[in-house]
Write a protein that binds this ligand. Sequence first.
Ligand code: FMN
Length: 200
Amino acid sequence: MADDRQGIFAAEDPFALLRNWLEEAGRSEPNDPVAMALATVDATGLPNVRTVLLKGIADGGLTFYTNYQSRKAGELDNSGKAAVLFHWKSLRRQVRARGTVSRQDPAASDAYFASRDLGSRLGAWASQQSRPLQDRATLEARVAEMAARFGENPPRPPHWGGYVLRPDCLEFWADGANRLHDRFEWVRDGDSWRVTRLNP
Ligand SMILES: Cc1cc2nc3c(=O)[nH]c(=O)nc-3n(C[C@H](O)[C@H](O)[C@H](O)COP(=O)(O)O)c2cc1C
């Protein structure tokens, strides 16, 4: 290694490193170790951030699922860019990643949708995410309506699916004594990665 990475920072590529940290977080976090803050910008450049769950790491991309008519989807589709952040309080570590984002291949979204429990599949049909809702009863009535319509096998709704974020930059941060934290930035450089230690 051209840098002084070792211990928890040692890995061949940033996705292997992220997997290692997620595995550790899975053992120590009270819940949702895969929760990440997803940042987007709206058409005026105003940032927006909310939590989503990371559901896959493959082929240099991070996958999450959502409603394609939600506020975030509009912002993702318009800008084609996003950033995510994990903060594991139990580990005192942070990972951030930024890059381009696109909708997942529909067949892959179909496969993931089919793996979800029935309640979540019906919920995806029932929720008009991010649009106004009159009251809770209206939402529950929509779930009942979808259950009557689709039974046990709802197909993936056309308005629901995955996005894949392909980061060209990831940063791994771990808490150090006296705020002398360790930070390593991985920047895509053609087919490989350039790693730089940053000041805390
Ligand atoms: C722990 C946690 C996990 C969440 N996971 C997801 C998710 O995977 N997909 C999703 O669409 N919303 C998820 N949400 C809800 C979002 O944070 C957000 O409220 C919703 O997607 C609407 O965002 P938008 O109006 O910016 O589109 C999650 C919220 C929390 C607190």
